[in-house]
Design a protein around this ligand. Structure first.
Ligand code: SF4
Length: 308
């Protein structure tokens, strides 16, 4: 019952937040992958509850920033729609648009679980697309932009600043938008390019995507998330190294303290105490009382990653 209410509510709230009929224009989020943009318009995906919850997290993030800006009495326009003056199919919705006498400032809000060190290419494309559209509509003003990424579960945020309108960059993005639009009108995606990235993880059109490569032994190509793989290996090595350092120094501290149980160093207190842990000799139990062992044995599954 409650699950049904949540599912219905999530779906309806997300429909409410939809930015117009996305089949009628090419928006800034369509630029991440031409193929995905096309397919999502002709064959919209059925979003899972998890997907809808993630969309809601994005909306909540914008709400948080809105409250902060309102508290500081900032003047801005929220979700400002900007359309190419000559091409109605090229359109963007700007999260926060600030208007000064001489220039416009654009702020794009992102919600993320993994804060990147640098903005993703897809974010950069989005902000340039938006800046380009504002510049075309306001040729006498300067346009600058920033992306602010929030990790609301960690209470963290990062600002990627310093983007300025760049006409040749925008021209390239405009060509991509035209390509997607022409493909939609011709009902043919053969000229569209798939762009593998970390976003493939959430893509509903991955099963038959030609960019989704496999090696001979049915191994999947991890190039689109290469940084995550390298960072994982580095993190695991640091974990191992950290645990070796801690073990080695624990022994040194113990040796020095001998029978003393408390030591002090500046504002650090080191305390040793004896703890007992109860454990079960499962091998012996299985051997001597197999019936009891099988009655209480519990199997749980977990994910193990092996780097070979
Ligand atoms: S799997 Fe990746 S490359 Fe293929 S359509 Fe989806 S987002 Fe694009």
């Amino acid at each position: 019952m409650l699950e049904e209410i949540i599912k219905k509510g999530l779906t309806q709230l997300n429909q409410k937040g939809e930015l117009g009929d996305r089949t009628k224009y090419v928006g800034s989020s369509d630029l991440s992958c031409e193929r995905k943009a096309y397919l999502s318009k002709i064959n919209p995906p059925n979003f899972s509850d998890e997907n809808l919850m993630v969309f809601m997290r994005g909306n909540l993030t914008e709400e948080i920033l809105k409250k902060i800006l309102d508290n500081q009495k900032m003047n801005y326009t929220y979700q400002k729609e900007v359309i190419h003056p000559q091409k109605q199919h090229i359109k963007a919705h700007i999260d926060f648009l600030f208007q000064g006498k001489q220039e416009f400032g654009i702020l794009e809000v992102k919600s993320t679980k993994h804060m990147p060190d640098e903005p993703y290419d897809t974010w950069i494309n989005q902000i340039h697309y938006q800046m380009g559209l504002v510049a075309l509509n306001n040729p006498d003003k300067k346009v600058k932009g920033a992306v602010i990424a929030f990790d609301i579960s960690e209470g963290n945020y990062r600002i990627f600043n310093g983007f300025v309108y760049n006409q040749s960059f925008f021209n390239e993005l405009e060509k991509i938008a035209d390509k997607i639009w022409n493909a939609l009108n011709n009902n043919d995606l053969k000229d569209l390019k798939p762009s593998p990235s970390f976003l493939c993880s959430y893509c509903h059109y991955r099963a038959d995507c030609p960019a989704f490569l496999f090696y001979d032994d049915n191994a999947i190509d991890l190039n689109p998330i290469s940084q995550s793989v390298f960072d994982y290996i580095e993190g695991k090595n640091m974990e191992k190294e950290g645990s070796n350092i801690a073990d080695k120094n624990k022994a040194a501290i113990k040796n020095f303290m001998r029978n003393f149980t408390i030591g002090k160093l500046e504002d650090i207190t080191v305390k040793f105490s004896q703890k007992n842990r109860n454990s079960l000799d499962t091998k012996r139990l299985a051997l001597e009382h197999p019936d009891i062992y099988s009655l209480y044995k519990k199997e749980t599954s977990y994910t193990q990653i092996d780097i070979i």
